[in-house]
Design a protein around this ligand. Structure first.
Ligand code: C6P
Length: 411
């Protein structure tokens, strides 16, 4: 299948914006959905909709089967040891909050430390600030080398006997660089800490094996990997999840309720209070089927080809500043390129590119401490997925050449 052929499955990408064929380069924010995913949602509502786990009638049994088979598919996709270790949430943010509140508040005390990196998305930062503040613990940051990679000496320094939790992103949503999770997990485990991995930007792009990574918790969102919005995943080691108190309380997460006390359901129901997003689970199942039919080898090769083509072209433009794109880090890079146009605010760049039909993200990318570390208020970000093409990169480059001219900074 040539790159172009994917577009048949994504009708949204075949339309025009401002009279020009759309070039969608904001896949780090959310990806587009193939028709098979849209069909899976319609199929669920057209033939199987009912409240799962509650009815003894056929439709409810069907809804339960769809929901639970999606869970089994997710477990297989990330090589989790059992479906019971997969908790459905609404997104990576909720998954990370679940760990912070249910594990963090219970296991972190005064004088302990939580270690995160300065490149975390706010979803893997603010919850830990809140836990640290609530418990009188220290929140310590691992900083970066000038090329954007994590500083190994700082990892060694910061993870200490006081550390109870190390929370780290698998791939930065700004720099697009992969972190060596196994190495960090080894260090964390050597001091008895658990490792929480934010997989929001890795799971769609590279194969994830939570056992090989030795992750204690691993969070991601469906919508960044072709699935609908509103479905997310938390993987947790069963012994840790078993020992944790529930996060949300209500229907379907209980075993028995007395007037003054409650016993809780087994995993995974203990962490899934209230009516769940069955349509989202069906869509996530279809999304995984689609991704696995392509294969990560192919997805990675396509993104690498785009990056290898785009970075030298961007570097050759004297008015472009790139972040996290040095030759020394290219091997660690996924399909995210972050840059600025000298003298132009990223929001203006994005608006001018939009006039050319090109969608990129501009702003702080929910990573303000990283922006500060990079000494930038904001940046532009082009993020690719397998359906992007070399033509898309050419359109981006051509449009960027116009930006400073439109603003009369250049003749
Ligand atoms: N980053 C981006 O444009 P949610 O919103 O819960 O699905 O994902 C949160 C999240 C957590 N971690 C990382 C590394 C992320 O990139 C994101 C979402 C989007 O970069 C929206 S801010």
């Amino acid at each position: 299948m040539s790159d172009k052929n994917f577009l048949r499955d994504f009708p949204i990408l075949n339309q025009k914006m401002n009279g020009k064929p759309i070039v969608y380069l904001d896949n780090g924010a959310t990806t587009q959905k193939p028709e098979s995913v849209v069909r899976s949602i319609c199929g669920y509502y057209g033939g199987c909709n009912a409240n799962p786990h509650r009815g003894a009638y056929q439709l409810s049994v069907r809804a339960t089967d769809i929901y639970e088979s999606a869970r089994a598919r997710v477990a297989q996709f990330i090589n989790a040891p059992a479906p019971a270790s997969i908790i459905f949430t609404k997104n990576a943010t909720e998954s990370l909050n679940l760990v912070a509140y249910a594990y963090g508040l219970t296991n972190v005390g005064a004088g302990d430390s939580i270690v995160i990196t300065v490149s975390e998305h706010h979803s893997n930062l603010v919850p830990w600030q809140r836990v640290a503040q609530a418990r009188g613990a220290a929140l310590e940051y691992v900083y970066l080398n000038p090329d954007g990679t994590l500083n190994d000496a700082d990892i060694e320094r910061k993870i200490s006997a006081r550390t109870k939790i190390v929370a780290v992103t698998h791939v930065s949503n700004v720099l697009g660089l992969k972190n060596d999770i196994k190495k960090i997990a080894d260090k964390a485990h050597s001091v008895g800490a658990v490792v929480v991995v934010d997989g929001a930007q890795s799971t769609p792009h590279i194969p994830v094996d939570v056992q090989a990574l030795d992750a204690d918790f691993f969070a991601f969102s469906g919508h960044k990997m072709l699935a609908p919005m509103g479905i997310g995943v938390l993987f947790g080691r069963e012994n840790l999840l078993d020992a944790m108190p529930p996060f949300l309380a209500g229907g379907d997460m209980i075993e028995y309720v007395e007037e003054q006390s409650t016993t809780f359901a087994e995993l995974p129901q203990k962490f899934e209070a209230g009516t769940q997003n069955v349509e989202g689970a069906a869509g996530l199942h279809a999304a995984i089927d689609y991704i696995q039919a392509i294969g990560f080898e192919r997805i990675e090769a396509i993104e690498r080809r785009l990056i290898d083509y785009a970075i030298p072209k961007l570097s050759a433009l004297p008015f472009i500043e790139l972040y996290g794109c040095a030759p020394s880090v290219i091997e660690k890079k996924t399909g995210i390129i972050t840059f600025n146009v000298k003298g132009v605010h990223p929001h203006d760049v994005s608006t001018i590119l939009d006039l050319e039909g090109i969608a990129i993200r501009a702003g702080h990318h929910c990573a303000q401490p990283l922006m500060k570390f990079l000494k930038q208020n904001a940046t532009c970000r082009a993020s690719f997925y397998f359906y992007n093409t070399i033509d898309d990169v050419d359109r981006l480059i051509d449009a960027l050449k116009k930006v400073r001219k439109v603003l009369r900074l250049e003749p």
